[in-house]
Design a protein around this ligand. Structure first.
Ligand SMILES: CC(C)(COP(=O)(O)OP(=O)(O)OC[C@H]1O[C@@H](n2cnc3c(N)ncnc32)[C@H](O)[C@@H]1OP(=O)(O)O)[C@@H](O)C(=O)NCCC(=O)NCCS
Length: 186
């Protein structure tokens, strides 16, 4: 049985939708025009060389969505795709998930990602009944770390040399938010 696609409207301007293969062109163009900016922090950018790579990625995401393994969303802002946010690999046994994200450079600084994260956090606790949401940000990626900090996450530590990025190993700051902490903030 095929599930319904994932969709969340956040406000008048922002929507989160599971992309389908027709979105590959827009997503690839966005990545391609923001390549230099995105590759500073995202190792997969260099492997996304053609629209077909993005289409293949969307196919994998959709299949993993059907299997309850992850949910990857395109972020739509005023009817255009501007970025992506995802629950990466649900850990159902421990009832936790990690959120990852990117947005095109011209759309930074508008709060789009903070609001998108807030929506996925609420959905994780209210609808998916998870106990914990995690976010990892490279040690020097201050804009990325500012999002969990703004949303009341606790920094739990630094995972040393956790990722190979542009031919060097980088450490990741691990941020966590528990369901009871989130409820206390509401
Ligand atoms: C990390 C990344 C998503 C952060 O994007 P961002 O635009 O800074 O995040 P937000 O959309 O939450 O915007 C926050 C800014 O909007 C402002 N803002 C405006 N309205 C806002 C609102 N309603 N709510 C929250 N912030 C708001 C904030 O004050 C903040 O401004 P500042 O940067 O001047 O302090 C973006 O820099 C990015 O995609 N980078 C490249 C890829 C990447 O690093 N991904 C993360 C890998 S871990």
């Amino acid at each position: 049985m095929v599930k319904k696609a994932f969709y969340l409207r956040i406000d008048d301007d922002i929507e989160l939708k599971l992309p389908d293969e027709r979105d590959a062109t827009a997503l690839f163009q966005l990545i391609d025009t923001n390549r230099a900016y995105l590759r500073q922090w995202l190792p997969w950018v260099d492997y996304t060389k053609a629209e077909e790579d993005e289409r293949a990625f969307i196919r994998i995401c959709n299949s993993q969505f059907q299997d309850n393994q992850n949910i990857t969303c395109a972020i739509w802002y005023r009817n255009q795709i501007v970025g992506s946010i995802a629950y990466h690999l649900f850990d159902w046994a421990n009832r936790k998930v990690e959120i990852g994200y990117w947005i095109a450079e011209p759309y930074q600084g508008k709060g789009i990602m903070t609001k998108s994260c807030q929506a996925l956090i609420a959905y994780a606790f209210d609808e998916l009944k998870l106990n914990k949401v995690e976010i990892r940000a490279a040690i020097d990626n201050h804009r990325s770390a500012a999002i969990p900090q703004r949303l009341g996450f606790v920094q739990e530590g630094v995972i040393r040399e956790a990722e190979r990025l542009n031919n060097r190993y980088i450490g990741l700051r691990l941020f966590g938010l528990l369901e009871r902490e989130w409820r206390a903030q509401q």
